[in-house]
Design a binder for this molecule. Structure first.
Ligand code: PLP
Length: 452
């Protein structure tokens, strides 16, 4: 077979990597992954890595599930493709829509299928504006998102998100999208207690709605737990209060559960973890455990009824909306999650165990805060304790720690100087021990390289 260096050279010559400094990567050489089993992946050099990030927050049932490959193969052989346009659909697509209606909370009973989380968020921008327009409120078209939120990389997704670096490339955000500050206690919580801080952050939404005019605000969108920016876990009362404010001004509440959905918090959906009721929910990633691309939007009865009865022809859709192979894989993935009681195990056993071990990493001199909710967390690396302070050149120490962890056989993602955790939900107690041990060793080695 072709050797690693040749592959790296071909990659450097022909492949632009997303979210990478491609010039630096070409010099360093791409890591080529070749195999996965459970919570581990192997690279072309033969290194075995404990993947504490589940690929990109997505491989919930772990790698190497033969059932998923078999289901895909069967569906491809029987009916590889048909669309959902022109009054048609396929069996797995019907079953998946019904299954999602059953699984998602409250009256989120209606699914629209996409290929990705980004497209799911693009979809809500169009369909929510349409929802208001057909009720004679075309001016109710503003979306409010949050600074540093992440809702994908398409034009609408990146606009709804609040990543400044993304806005700079391509002239975003598009008009009529506004942002408020997110809850990030470590960054701006000051002396506030959790409850006070939760109300304080939610009030930012009310202030923004009043500033813009409630009759102009269509929806608020947020990740229940903000992932990409560094796993910001809001206070327990934040989302309930956000819900109250949305109801008060008749602003639709959209939960982007692309990361949180399908068990990440120890509940099937994070809106259950926070006990709030979204009108619309976007899904992707864990819906197929990343085995095949798929996204979905769940609409509640109110929104779906208006779209169906007043909306006319839905002028929106993708060639692969409701792709039968993706739907079949999603159904099998959900069957595995249910039959093996994976989410329940996370909630009752491995989640609390992981939380205990993760919080213990907070004792390390390099860690200012160890935060975790269910199976998603972060370590905030700091120059000194106990002050809540960041390194001056944010990002450098995080990258260093990530590279050190890789040398120790552990995959952790770094955003700024936050080390992010999101393992496959099938992680065992023994693997949690291994993860914690490797993380502590990596923190030690990072501190040593920094001369701390
Ligand atoms: N929303 C959230 C919260 C995400 O974390 C992501 C991806 O990481 C997306 C949306 C975009 O999903 P995709 O990359 O499938 O387009």
């Amino acid at each position: 077979s072709i050797d690693t260096r040749t592959l790296q050279a071909l990659d450097a010559a022909h492949h632009l990597h997303p979210f990478n400094d491609n010039a630096a990567l070409a010099k360093k050489g791409t890591r080529i992954l070749t195999k996965g089993e459970g919570c581990y992946v192997w690279d072309a050099e033969g290194n075995k890595l404990l993947d504490a990030f589940a690929g990109l927050w997505c491989v919930n049932v772990g790698y190497g599930r033969k059932e998923l490959g078999e289901v895909a193969s069967r569906q491809m052989t029987q009916l590889a493709y048909y669309n959902s346009f022109f009054g048609c659909t396929t069996e797995p697509t019907v079953h998946l829509a019904a299954k999602l209606a059953e699984l998602t909370p409250h009256d989120l009973n209606h699914a629209f299928f996409t290929n990705s989380g980004s497209e799911a968020n693009d979809t809500i921008l169009r369909l929510v504006r349409h929802f208001w327009a057909v009720q004679d409120q075309p001016h109710k078209n503003i979306f409010i998102g949050r600074h540093n939120g992440y809702h994908g990389s398409t034009v609408a997704g990146a606009s709804l998100g609040g990543m400044k670096g993304m806005h700079k490339q391509g002239g975003l955000p598009i008009p009529d999208i506004h942002h408020i500050d997110p809850p990030f206690w470590f960054g701006d919580g000051g002396e506030m207690g959790e409850e006070e801080y939760g109300l304080h952050c939610a009030k930012r939404l009310e202030d923004k709605i009043l500033e813009l005019g409630p009759d102009r605000v269509a929806a608020f969108i947020g990740e229940p737990i903000m992932g990409a920016i560094g796993v910001y876990i809001p206070p327990r009362n934040y989302w309930k209060e956000i819900e109250r404010i949305c109801r008060k001004y008749d602003v639709l509440l959209v939960a982007d559960e692309v990361i949180c959905g399908f068990g990440r918090t120890g509940e099937w959906f994070a809106s259950q973890y926070y006990d709030f009721r979204p009108d619309v929910m976007t899904l992707a990633k864990g819906i197929t455990s990343g085995y095949i691309p798929l996204g979905a939007v769940m609409f509640n009865d109110r929104v779906a009824d208006v779209l169906a009865t007043k909306g006319g022809e839905l002028a929106h859709g993708y060639t692969y909306s409701g792709h039968p192979v993706c739907a079949a894989v999603a159904l099998e993935n959900i069957r595995i999650l249910q039959d093996e009681r994976i989410v329940e195990t996370c909630k009752a056993d491995t989640g609390p165990y992981l939380a205990e071990k993760w919080k213990a990493l907070g004792e390390h001199p390099l860690v200012g805060e160890a935060r975790i909710a269910g199976m998603v967390g972060a370590l905030e690396l700091v120059p000194r304790k106990p002050a809540r302070e960041f390194f001056p050149d944010r990002g450098r120490v995080g990258q260093l720690c990530r590279d050190v962890a890789l040398r120790n056989g552990l995959i952790l993602r770094a955003t700024n100087d936050s080390m992010l955790l999101s393992p496959p939900l099938v992680i065992t107690r023994a693997q949690v021990d291994e993860l914690a041990e490797k993380a502590w060793k990596s923190l030690d080695m990072t501190a040593k390289e920094l001369g701390m």
